[in-house]
Design a protein around this ligand. Structure first.
Ligand code: C2O
Ligand code: CU
Length: 465
């Protein structure tokens, strides 16, 4: 099993600069841990930031993904982790609408795993259900047509009770579905940048540490594409960021350090019907947003950063340099999104997400089907939080539309328009979604995407019939 360097080479000077204090910081780490960034993070922000790593791209039509050991470059030192094809995050898969994805997964871990293609609507046998576990040393071919709208999806393990640890150790990657016609006029190439956001925590010896706790595994420093506190140099031009919250449990509140606005153009299920200008975007685990940032008026040398205003982290430091690009105009509208029609006789179901491990009073039973949904019929599902929030609720097998939110924050946010596959529930919230399974019959999952909740049992099977 080979190990590879996930990021840019370790910067000797940075290493030396930090090695003096790292012993103290790392020793503190074990005790401070989950108090988070308010106290001393186990990996402090360095004086000089490392370059953002852009994961390499692979064609989903024919790819081999090996789940195994990987090395995480933390700038000051390296940490052992897991990854797909030796990197953390794994390669970015790309496919066009209408193509077929053929992905061989080889499990070189010492425990079972599966891959779930989060956001992709695939046949039940290809969905990475925990019952379809891939044993250590074994492989599995995932083979399915890409039938949905263009958008940013992702892939990660989904084995029974072990998802949190496997994702935390580094098994995750982006899967972008493209549609050149629908995406015409949007920045592409090196102006289209995937940002996989998560957090990390180190143990006393500086190694990425997983501590399973009921309330969710939260770290105390940011990792963007596997790089702690990265920086990037950007041309004075329009840029497209494909942002995924790949954290186990942390919610990010995104904004720009200089107050400039973000143009939201898409989310989980692809492009919205029109762009929206926002100061703040809140992103729960597994949610995605597609945003444009216009730097064309910025002078060379200008500095700004993408922040998380919840953790008060400068996630990505940006420096403007280079040629002013040919002016690009943000399209005024994208294709319309028809509302799923619901009426007084629409079937309703209620799901209470209780504490840290139950939905409607039950923990997950892998062999039990909790309910059946007819193919092609729209239903309203009411999702309620009852302790243990936030609960990012995710449905496999279809996208849905957020109809309403009452209690708590009391509204549907702009980044929750269009098509979603994950919706965030804060304390005392009730969210109604409209959902229709159009593509496949079979057994799919509904669960909390706070991965420690999922692993503890906050998940159920249902069957589309
Ligand atoms: Cu992203 Cu059921 O998972
Ligand atoms: Cu939860």
């Amino acid at each position: 099993m080979g190990t590879f360097n996930a990021g840019p080479p370790i910067n000797r000077r940075v290493f030396l600069r930090h090695s003096g204090r790292s012993a103290g910081v790392l020793a503190l780490g074990a005790g401070v841990g989950l108090q988070g960034c308010e106290s001393h993070p186990t990996l402090p922000e360095p004086d000089a930031r490392t370059s953002l790593m852009i994961p390499r791209t692979m064609d989903a039509a024919d790819a081999l993904l090996t789940a195994g050991a990987a090395e995480l470059d933390l700038g000051s030192h390296a940490s052992r982790g897991w990854g797909y094809n030796g990197t953390l995050p794994g390669p970015t898969l790309r496919a066009r609408v209408g193509e077929r994805a053929r992905l061989d997964v080889l499990n070189q871990l010492s425990e079972e795993t599966t891959i779930h293609w989060h956001g992709l609507v695939v046949p039940a046998s290809m969905d990475g259900h925990p019952a379809d576990a891939v044993a250590p040393g074994a492989s599995y071919r995932y083979d399915y047509p890409v039938v949905q709208r263009a958008g940013m999806n992702w892939y990660h393990p989904h084995p029974h009770g072990r998802t949190g640890r496997q994702v935390w150790r580094g098994l995750a990657g982006a899967f972008i579905v493209e549609d050149p016609a629908a995406e015409q006029g949007l920045p592409s190439g090196d102006r289209e940048i995937p940002l996989l956001l998560r957090d990390g925590l180190l143990d006393g010896s500086g190694q990425l540490e997983y501590r399973r706790r009921d309330s969710g595994m939260v770290g105390d420093f940011p990792l963007v594409n596997g790089v702690p506190y990265p920086r990037i140099t950007l041309a004075p031009a329009l840029h497209r960021f494909r942002v995924l919250n790949a954290a186990n449990a942390r919610v990010f509140r995104l904004g720009m350090s200089d107050g400039s606005r973000l143009t939201l153009i898409g989310n989980d299920g692809g492009l919205l019907d029109q762009p929206l200008e926002l100061d703040t975007i809140e992103l729960g685990p597994a949610e995605r947003v597609d945003i444009l940032l216009d730097l064309s008026d910025q002078a060379t040398g200008a500095g700004l950063s993408l922040r998380c205003n919840r953790a008060r982290w400068d996630l990505l430091e940006m420096r403007v340099a280079g040629e002013q690009a040919r002016e690009m105009v943000i399209p005024a509208a994208f294709s319309p999104i028809p509302r799923l029609s619901v009426g007084s006789n629409t079937r309703r179901r209620t799901f209470r997400f209780e504490g840290h491990r139950r939905i409607n009073g039950r923990e997950y039973r892998m062999d039990h089907i909790e309910f059946r949904v007819p193919l092609g019929e729209t239903e309203i599902w009411e999702l309620e939080s009852a302790g243990g929030a936030p609960h990012p609720v995710h449905v496999h097998g279809a996208h849905f539309q957020v109809v309403s939110r009452s209690g708590g924050r009391g509204r549907v946010f702009p980044w929750e328009r269009g098509w979603k596959d994950t919706v965030l529930l804060e304390d005392r919230e009730r969210v109604e979604i409209a959902i229709r399974f159009d593509s496949y019959r079979g057994v799919y999952l509904l669960h909390c995407h706070k991965l420690e909740h999922e692993d503890a049992g906050m998940m159920l099977n249902f069957e589309v019939t």
